[in-house]
Design a protein around this ligand. Structure first.
Ligand code: GDP
Length: 302
């Protein structure tokens, strides 16, 4: 089995092959810059990021008198890494006890997979974890989380049907009473209407704050990186409703749209550049990795 970095590389190569082949056996001229511009936009990097990175690239090529296309590629990797660097941040587990982490995302984004992986990671770092099964609308989602918790020795607070905000409230109180390290609150990904979903999530957030005035300390959005520009709309909508503190961007293996993180960093379509804590590069539990701007940039350019 390939390492996650190798998988990121071969996965992102669907984004990058459109870009990396541009550097092979060509002269460094205006044509190269134009092709790079098209390829970055096709990879969903967005106009803002594409223009600013190409401007930096042209400046550097001129200043350093670069004549070799391979060196242009290396320069672009540097520029992309610097562009993405502000997104690279880590969740601080020790910031509060319990640290309350609310997790949102539309169904299918990879929320359940990510919650499982994060629970493991937090435990490995020595923090006890309590999960709140906040998707009370789908019995299957709740049962899945409860079963997963039993298998993995993670306590899960759940309720038949009922109010997801009440489940979250109980979980935060239980987390405090039991002296837990982390309380992770899962939420529903789909309700009858999108508007209804945001109101429900806002209510959960408000009710969590009633149990602990400082909470939730983190509000994470799990977003499918393969959805390209639609990911920006999701980030914007959830951020406006909840005030996101971080992103988990999944499915970056095998996507042709890996440039989306550059669009997030540039604030395309009015999105706030929300930090990327983790990226998903496969379906396995080990396939969620801390986001590293330089590794990502190099993997993307092949
Ligand atoms: P949820 O509905 O948001 O809870 O999503 P799930 O965690 O059930 O994931 C939906 C599907 O996406 C499942 O088949 C997962 O195995 C798959 N998945 C999740 N993360 C990744 C990823 O990073 N890469 C790939 N290729 N598949 C993923």
């Amino acid at each position: 089995r390939k390492s996650w970095l190798a998988r990121l590389r071969s996965g992102l190569s669907r984004t990058g092959q459109n870009i990396s082949h541009l550097f092979v056996g060509v002269k460094v001229d205006e044509n190269l810059f134009e092709e790079l511009e098209t390829a970055l936009i096709m990879a969903d990097a967005g106009m803002e990021a594409t223009e600013s990175m190409l401007q930096a690239l042209r400046g550097r090529v001129r200043k350093e008198r670069i004549e070799d296309a391979g060196q242009v590629k290396a320069a672009l990797a540097d520029i992309l890494a610097a562009h993405l660097a502000p997104l690279q941040q880590r969740l601080d587990l020790g910031r509060a006890r319990p640290l309350t982490v609310m997790i949102a995302g539309v169904n299918g984004a990879g929320k359940t997979t990510s919650i499982g992986k994060l629970a493991h990671d937090f435990q490995r770092q020595g923090a006890s974890v309590l999960l709140a099964a906040g998707d009370t609308f789908r019995a299957a989602a709740r049962e899945q989380l409860v079963a997963w918790g039993q298998r993995n020795n993670v306590a899960v607070i759940a309720q038949d049907g009922g109010d997801p905000a009440a489940v979250a409230f109980d979980a935060v109180n239980a987390g405090r009473a039991r002296g837990m390290g982390v309380v992770m609150v899962d939420t529903a990904g789909r309700l009858p209407t999108q508007l209804h979903l945001m109101e429900e999530l806002k209510k959960i957030r408000r009710v969590i704050a009633k149990a602990d005035a400082e909470a939730p300390h983190e509000v994470l959005l799990v977003v499918d990186g393969n959805t390209g520009q639609n990911a920006l709309a999701q980030i914007k909508a959830f951020d406006e409703a909840l005030g996101l503190t971080g992103l988990v961007v999944t499915k970056l293996d095998g996507t042709a749209k890996g440039g989306i993180l550059a669009a997030v960093a540039a604030g395309s379509q009015g999105v706030r550049p929300v930090p990327v804590y983790w990226i998903g590069v496969g379906e396995g539990m080990e396939d969620l990795q801390p986001f590293d701007a330089r590794e990502f940039a190099q993997a993307l350019l092949g």
